[in-house]
Design a binder for this molecule. Sequence first.
Ligand SMILES: Nc1nc2c(ncn2[C@@H]2O[C@H](COP(=O)(O)OP(=O)(O)OP(=O)(O)O)[C@@H](O)[C@H]2O)c(=O)[nH]1
Ligand SMILES: [Mg+2]
Length: 127
Amino acid sequence: MFNLMSNCCSWVSKLQQPLRKITVLVVGLDKAGKTSCVRGMLRVPPGDVGPTHGCVRTELRVENYLINLLDMGGAPEVRGSWREHYGEAHGIIFVVDSSDRQRMKEVREALVDLLKHPRVAGKPLLV
Ligand SMILES: Nc1nc2c(ncn2[C@@H]2O[C@H](COP(=O)(O)OP(=O)(O)OP(=O)(O)O)[C@@H](O)[C@H]2O)c(=O)[nH]1
Ligand SMILES: [Mg+2]
């Protein structure tokens, strides 16, 4: 009985908490699986996804968080545009296709480039 009351109180207090908005940037090489990961998080069936152009924004609600997911294109010629969003990102997901061993050097270069940016320093990073 005490547990039930305690669970109810914590549930009610969670409901009363204000919605917290955060922004998560999703980057990585082209065809790494960024859009597929985002679709997985949104519980959308995988399907056939083409290359992402620019920045695709979607919202995901997790408990009291409203997460603004920024899915970026990963082609070499558009990677420069990632940095336009480093400032607004609270955290970064760097997607790697670990089965694509031939591109590990390119992955390393893109990750090193990302990490040395001052607006990325100190922010949570999930690889
Ligand atoms: N076998 C397999 N295929 C996957 C997986 N994840 C993604 N794919 C396929 O790989 C291809 C590229 O996936 P995307 O999610 O579009 O990759 P992306 O990183 O968003 O690529 P860009 O938008 O071009 O930067 C698609 O054809 C997906 O269906 C996976 O876990 N396993
Ligand atoms: Mg994509």
